[in-house]
Design a protein around this ligand. Structure first.
Ligand SMILES: NC(=O)c1ccc[n+]([C@@H]2O[C@H](COP(=O)([O-])OP(=O)(O)OC[C@H]3O[C@@H](n4cnc5c(N)ncnc54)[C@H](O)[C@@H]3O)[C@@H](O)[C@H]2O)c1
Length: 268
């Protein structure tokens, strides 16, 4: 390993099980010399096996529902106490649509579910940054990353209201990123990842189909969770200090493709 994050302190949201992108990122951050706090919603901590990751990475767990500003305030305060310093990096790796879970179509949602999913998947990013900003909790040249998907730009019918949530999330990264850059020299970006077989990913109807399609469309193939973790580490490192307000595609080239030979073959 390269000690890319030596001396850096962070908060990692969203590791549920060993398939989670946040799980792989925590493992890689640990390998690169970072110290961090792990957090997830209390119910997810009960359901998943975050303790295993915490042990492996010498991290403490602080439960927080990312829709609760009160929980986030507690999380940030406790994290700074535990880490003994301000924060250098934050990963927001959170997504959930109640409409998707309940099988409601995009054209006939429950708006209560839409609101809940938006709060969890998008507004929670604003709330997190709001707390970090107000508490002046980030070190200069710190880095904040949220994970997103290309359904924010293009139509993927079964991605449902998560498409709108991701569009909102990406906009928050730009808008808050401006103030964080101007006032605290902190960068804010989103990473737009390939379909990845995790709990959130495979919960989307037709996941296998659009994952296989993306694999055939992308010149480099789909990016794995571990590869996403690697890219995220580079965004937390000092090698990317002037990258901010960006939506960064990490998808094997999928986002710039029109059609590939492998897909054409299916129609010839
Ligand atoms: N898997 C994919 O295909 C894919 C592709 C692109 C982007 N992403 C994004 O990557 C991120 C991580 O997802 P993943 O694929 O690793 O799946 P995952 O299911 O492992 O992670 C989602 C996490 O969100 C957490 N979460 C849900 N509600 C929460 C709340 N109220 N407070 C705090 N945490 C909460 C869950 O507990 C879980 O740990 C998400 O933003 C997802 O949309 C995933």
């Amino acid at each position: 390993m390269h000690n890319l994050l030596k001396g850096k302190k962070g908060i990692i949201f969203g590791a549920l099980n060993e398939h989670s992108i946040a799980w792989k990122t925590a493992e890689r951050a640990h390998e690169e010399g970072a110290v961090f706090v792990l957090t997830n919603a209390p119910a997810a901590i009960r359901m998943g096996n975050l303790e295993v990751l915490a042990k492996k990475t010498n991290a403490q767990i602080i439960p927080a529902d990312a829709t609760s500003v009160e929980d986030l305030e507690h999380l940030v305060k406790k994290s700074m106490e535990i880490l003994g310093a301000k924060i250098d990096f934050v990963l927001h790796s959170i997504g959930m649509s109640v409409n998707v879970r309940k099988g409601n179509s995009y054209t006939d949602p429950s708006y209560d579910f839409t609101t809940k999913g938006w709060d969890v998947s998008a507004l929670s990013f604003h709330k997190t940054m709001h707390v970090l900003y107000q508490k002046k909790a980030m070190n200069e040249w710190g880095s904040i990353v949220a994970l997103t998907y290309m359904a924010a730009q293009r139509v993927f019918p079964d991605y449902n209201d998560m498409a709108d949530n991701k569009a909102y999330l990406e906009s928050i990264a730009r808008s808050f990123g401006y103030f964080f850059g101007r006032d605290h020299k902190v960068r804010v970006n989103t990473i737009s990842q390939s379909p990845t077989p995790t709990k959130a990913g495979t919960g989307v109807k037709g996941f296998d189909g659009f994952s296989a399609y993306a694999e055939k469309m992308s010149p480099l193939g789909n990016a794995t969770a571990l590869e996403c973790a690697d890219y995220t580490i580079s965004m937390f490192s000092d090698l990317t200090k002037k990258v901010t307000l960006q939506n960064l595609f990490h998808d094997g080239g999928f986002s710039n493709m029109g059609v590939s030979d492998a897909v054409m073959e299916k129609f010839e």
